[in-house]
Ligand binder design. Structure first.
Ligand code: NAD
Length: 364
């Protein structure tokens, strides 16, 4: 929570507590919370002991789950598919767990969609990191000291993070090219002032669309065509930002060693898929390094944390909306309505049962 969101949460009839120092890295002091009527407690253990609802960013540590008790609700990123043991433990403890990463991607839930709010920050920050490591202007200039060409930027994957990166790079004056397997994003890319990279692929057009707007794996023929296109673009690109992901799979390898080797010295690759193994063959998750031919490869896995104040504000708003939906009477009474699609979708443990994965919608 931020001090501002605490004010709104209190209007829902809840009392607020915060772990001392929790807002520090985002510029929110304990005193700022206290000024909004929030009680500051010394540590997380004290918080878990006292609170009915515990809100976190990261999935809980095993010892935190072990301290949950009957009737308590935990709200955080949880990645239930990768955290089976934590699900079991939370179930045995009788707690309820709401996974922010499982909020369904329907219009009504957009205000709670923390995956999108964090991806938006990551996309923006990717361009800022690229710029800080690129020794030239983004925008073209004609100056008394010479003519400067605009930077050529390629964004691979135009989901939430990719579109944010496109918007940021365009606004800095770069010439932006973008590729996605889902053809429906072409219009969005072009409306932002970027060029959609089309593949000449006659019998199976860019058709990677699967359910819920997510991508499906490409056919080998399509992938080959895609890599051929990237090979052609590599020597011309100054900055490559990759964001391609397919739910539940490792990141597809789309930017190969020979493409890196074909890039000009001083070029920058920012791999937003690093946490899932990376789209670039040479990415080292969590690291930044320069290749022998002078290409900087950035594989940080904590882009939202690098904009902590912004990430906290947006996540706090997502959480405040989740709490508002859980408190329909604005009376401090939590109503866990499993008939509500959004609450149902995000709830992974409830009533001493694991409720993940939710049943597929009818007709799916
Ligand atoms: P994501 O993070 O899962 O993936 C990023 C992008 O990579 C996607 O656009 C995907 O198509 C692309 N990709 C996958 N494989 C690729 C490949 N081999 N080559 C190139 N690109 C590849 O995606 P995301 O940011 O979570 O967004 C997915 C979709 O969901 C978007 O259309 C987004 O607008 C939509 N969405 C809808 C809502 C809503 O309706 N409430 C909310 C959030 C997102």
């Amino acid at each position: 929570m931020t001090p501002a969101s605490a004010r709104d949460i209190r209007k829902l009839g809840h009392e607020c507590l915060i772990e001392s120092g929790a807002g520090e890295a985002s510029g929110f002091s304990d005193a700022a919370y206290e000024a909004e009527g929030v009680t500051v407690v010394p540590d997380a253990a004290a918080l878990i002991a006292q609170a009915d609802v515990i809100v976190k960013v990261r999935p809980p540590e095993p010892d935190e789950v072990a301290r949950l008790r009957e009737g308590q609700t935990l709200i955080s990123f949880f990645y239930p598919a990768q955290n089976a043991a934590l699900l079991e433990e939370a179930k045995d403890r009788g707690a309820t767990v709401i996974a922010m990463d499982m909020v369904p991607r329907i219009s009504r839930a957009q205000k709670m969609d923390a995956l999108s709010s964090m991806a938006n920050i990551a996309g923006y920050r990717a361009v800022i990191e690229a710029g800080a490591n690129f020794g030239r202007f983004f925008t073209g200039q004609v100056t008394a000291a010479g003519k400067v060409p605009p930077a050529q930027v390629l964004v691979v994957g135009a989901g939430v993070a990719g579109l944010a990166a496109i918007g940021t790079a365009v606004s800095l004056g770069a010439v932006v090219h973008a590729f996605d397997v889902r053809p429906e994003v072409a219009e969005q890319i072009e409306s932002m002032g970027a060029n959609f990279v089309f593949l000449d692929f006659s019998d199976n057009q860019q058709d990677g669309a699967a359910t819920g707007g997510y991508a499906a794996p490409s056919s080998p023929e399509f992938l080959a065509k895609q890599l051929e296109k990237f090979r052609e673009l590599a020597p011309q690109m100054d900055i490559v930002i990759t964001t391609a992901l397919i739910p539940g799979r490792p990141a597809p390898k789309l930017w190969t060693r020979d493409m890196v080797e074909a890039m000009k010295p001083g070029s920058v690759i920012v791999d937003l898929a690093a946490e899932r193994g990376g789209n670039c063959e040479l990415t080292v998750p969590g690291e930044k390094f320069v290749t022998e031919n002078g290409v900087t490869i950035i594989g940080y896995t904590d882009f939202p944390s690098r904009m902590a104040a912004q990430a906290s504000s947006l996540y706090a708003t997502n959480i405040r909306h989740m709490l508002a939906d859980l408190t329909p009477g604005k009376d401090g009474v939590l109503v866990h309505n499993m008939e509500d699609d959004v609450i149902r979708g995000a709830t992974v443990v409830h009533g001493r049962a694991i409720t993940y994965p939710p049943a597929a919608p009818e007709g799916a």
